[in-house]
Design a protein around this ligand. Structure first.
Ligand code: SF4
Length: 384
């Protein structure tokens, strides 16, 4: 998602006549697009900004902008933590960046833009892409799930779905440029159009999933959207991330099996193999439900590759909870697994819990799963 956001920002600036460089020493402006999902990612951002210090102090350049989720999470406090930063812009405020940079260059001093409820739709029309063969296309923004460890709903805001026609128009224009493959992006793609619809100029909210869209328009579900994407002439392959186990269903699996251009890959984050942990994480499903889903997906979609996310060291995770997770991984044998150690994130419910699993235990559990997954990957590769 951040790769796509960086393209959007680059596109906005290119339209204003700025040029991109991959040589940081040549840059007059350095924008650091940030993620705050894990503390480790944040630490790396502070360190990258620190590397610019010498040049900034000696020459006054570059202007430094901290943009994205960390900007939204830290807001004004960024300037205390990193006084060399000139610009702080949240993920929904990116359309303000060109204007704020102009102000900076005109000598107006530091600026901050955060807290906008939704992005201006035009940010998706800048037409800049960094990869000519594969592109990411946002279909939704934000998240309503409030998993207890996750900062996303606080920094990216509530769930909004982009208008299907806008999405299709964007993909067609990418295909015209030579793009053959796309990935549809959203924090929870399965709930596309189930809560709110984002149109060019306003956010239409509904609490009724059945209504979904404004009455003047037909509700387009996620599986409808997949079919519309599949029908685009010239597009060769597509996939999507991320699915949520509480919303993924048989209809989705059938549609994936049916659509010839849809990659047979499903990213379905399980997070834990312990019901006790899942409840504490507010994930909204049980291990039994997840296993049923995974089994059904494998049965319905021939050649399916199943991916997941797993977190170890969530507060109070016992040896038994961890063993249940390890057992689940052995049972399901995921084709890809992103493994994480829990770290408390500000604003979240879990941040109020005692982070009582030591770093040493987190590291050891993480390593066990990593070793297992590596061995499994090797075994699967040699069997191909
Ligand atoms: S589904 Fe949960 S983990 Fe994923 S973005 Fe939403 S709150 Fe975060």
């Amino acid at each position: 998602m951040n790769i796509r956001d960086s393209e959007l920002v680059a596109g906005l600036l290119l339209k204003k006549g700025y040029k991109l460089t991959d040589q940081e020493k040549e840059a007059d402006i350095v924008l650091v697009n940030t993620c705050s999902v894990r503390k480790h990612a944040e630490d790396r951002v502070w360190s990258e900004i620190g590397k610019l210090k010498k040049r900034k102090i000696c020459t006054g350049k570059p202007f430094i902008g901290l943009i994205g989720c960390m900007a939204q999470a830290w807001q004004q406090a960024v300037f205390d933590k990193a006084p060399l930063v000139d610009l702080v812009v949240g993920p929904n405020n990116i359309s303000a960046i060109p204007g704020l940079l102009e102000d900076l260059e005109a000598g107006f001093g530091r600026a901050i833009a955060v807290g906008k409820e939704q992005r201006d739709a035009f940010v998706y029309n800048t037409e800049y892409i960094s990869d000519k063969s594969h592109s990411n296309v946002n279909i939704m923004e934000g998240c309503n799930n409030f998993c207890s460890y996750c900062i996303v709903p606080y920094v990216r805001g509530r769930e909004r779905s982009r208008d299907a026609d806008e999405i299709i128009k964007e993909i067609k224009s990418l295909v015209k440029k030579g793009v053959k493959e796309i990935t549809l992006l959203g924090q929870n793609v399965n709930s596309y159009n189930s809560v709110a619809v984002m149109t060019n100029d306003k956010l239409q909210m509904t609490n009724n999933v059945g209504e979904g869209l404004a009455s003047s328009r037909k509700k387009i579900t996620f599986t409808d959207l997949l079919k519309m994407v599949n029908d685009i002439e010239g597009l060769e392959k597509f996939d999507f991330v991320t699915s949520h186990p509480k919303d993924a269903n048989i209809a989705l699996f059938k549609k994936m099996a049916e659509l010839d251009k849809c990659r047979k890959f499903l990213h379905l984050p399980v997070q834990s193999g312990s019901d006790r942990m899942l409840k504490k994480m507010n994930r909204g499903y049980t291990v039994a439900h997840y296993k049923k889903l995974a089994k059904a997906a494998k049965e319905i979609i021939p050649g399916l590759r199943l991916g997941t996310d797993v977190m170890v060291g969530f507060p109070t995770e016992s040896e038994k909870d961890f063993e249940d997770t390890y057992q689940l991984m052995r049972e399901i044998q995921f084709d890809a697994a992103y493994l994480f150690k829990y770290s408390p994130r500000p604003h979240t419910k879990a941040a109020d819990l005692d982070d009582d699993i030591s770093e040493e235990v987190k590291r050891a559990r993480h390593q066990i799963l990593l070793d297992y997954q590596r061995k499994l990957h090797k075994k699967k590769k040699s069997a191909e």
